[in-house]
Design a protein around this ligand. Structure first.
Ligand SMILES: [Zn+2]
Length: 356
């Protein structure tokens, strides 16, 4: 996955260079051969385009949402294609035909709009596109050129760097891929949150603390061997692996004895919909991660420690309780879970929840 993300980030750099019209031979070539006076946002893919160029074009939509124009003198900013106001690029809702009919130039700059048209829309357009009334008054500052900025996922705006972009893309990829594993209505919210942090390697494990420069000797509080890390806790650690083995057997999952990332990948590739098996599997994952993390912290910070069998009992009880609070349509799978987990589930024919 890393390599793919890295390639994407590098391609994003090309899109960025085209958008800022960087002074390189390649960008000059792109301008002459590919764009021919149009903006990168408005050209179409051609069947004869090279594989690399097609990939660059495919990436545009993702790239575009991140590229915002800070208005200076308005001379560079494209009125229709750049994002220079919070409502986004105007061409997402104004068509070429509209521009043509109203005799607007497709390559109009923000400055031209302000200077030649007093920054005003016609009444017809205000009625046709109520969004336009939300645009803030454009204030041009002479002597300061328009600057393209990179907007990250939290809305912060800054410089474009490949490593920043790499980070954003990885987060997006992770989010898309592992989303259904974590965020589903039947999950326990607190568990989902801990799992979400764990998936991103954001729990404050000891390897992280060591990286920050603390030199104390640290050992995993669960096994007293290695210092802990995401990979160790989920589920290399002797303590955790016993829990994992038991749960795998109970859930009928085979062959997950791998790294944390690989475990997540295997689970993410399985069916993650509303069947009782799928819901149970994901609730169990989140519960295991949450209770292992909790036990680790109890031992480290409160001096309380339980045996793995005791933690397992808590996990099982929590899962049973959660499963009992949900509604199911009658099915063989539901009866089987009732039997295996020794629970009485809420089964009704017209349930809107899990579909068994
Ligand atoms: Zn350990």
């Amino acid at each position: 996955m890393r390599e793919r993300v890295w390639n994407k980030a590098m391609l994003m750099k090309h899109v960025w260079h085209i958008a800022v019209n960087k002074d390189t031979l390649w960008v000059k070539w792109v301008n002459i051969v590919k764009l021919k006076g149009k903006s990168i946002w408005e050209i179409n893919e051609d069947v004869n385009d090279s594989w690399g160029w097609k990939n660059i074009l495919k990436l545009r939509q993702t790239a575009r949402a991140h590229m915002v124009m800070e208005i200076g003198d308005g001379d560079k900013a494209s009125m229709w294609f750049d994002i220079w106001d919070q409502i986004g690029a105007l061409n997402t809702f104004i068509t070429y035909r509209d521009l043509h009919n109203a005799r607007w130039k497709a390559d109009m700059t923000v400055k031209e709009f302000v200077v030649n048209h007093n920054g005003q829309w016609s009444v017809e357009w205000m009625i046709k596109y109520p969004q336009l009334s939300q645009i803030q008054t454009i204030n041009l500052s002479n002597g300061k050129s328009d600057t393209l900025r990179w907007k990250n996922r939290n809305g912060g705006v800054g410089k474009f760097t490949v490593s920043q972009v790499y980070k954003h893309i990885s987060e997006e990829v992770i989010e898309a891929k592992w989303y259904r594993l974590i965020w589903f209505s039947q999950n326990i919210p607190k568990h989902a949150f801990i799992l979400w942090l764990a998936v991103q390697n954001k729990l404050t494990t000891q390897d992280m603390i060591i990286r920050w420069g603390s030199y104390d000797m640290m050992v995993c509080s669960l096994c007293m061997k290695n210092s802990d890390s995401h990979d160790h806790l989920f589920f290399e650690c002797d303590f955790s692996s016993q829990l994992r083995n038991y749960m795998q057997l109970k859930l009928g999952i085979k062959g997950i004895e791998q790294s944390w990332v690989r475990t997540l990948e295997i689970l993410a590739e399985m069916y993650n919909g509303n069947s009782i098996g799928s819901v149970l599997r994901r609730i169990s994952l989140a519960a295991c991660v949450c209770f292992i993390w909790q036990e680790r912290n109890f031992r480290l910070f409160r001096g309380i420690s339980r045996k793995w069998e005791e933690v397992l009992k808590t996990i099982i009880d929590t899962i049973r309780l959660r499963m009992m609070s949900l509604h199911y349509k009658p099915s063989l799978a539901v009866s089987k879970v009732e039997e295996q987990w020794d629970v009485k589930l809420k089964v009704c024919a017209k349930s809107a929840g899990s579909d068994g």
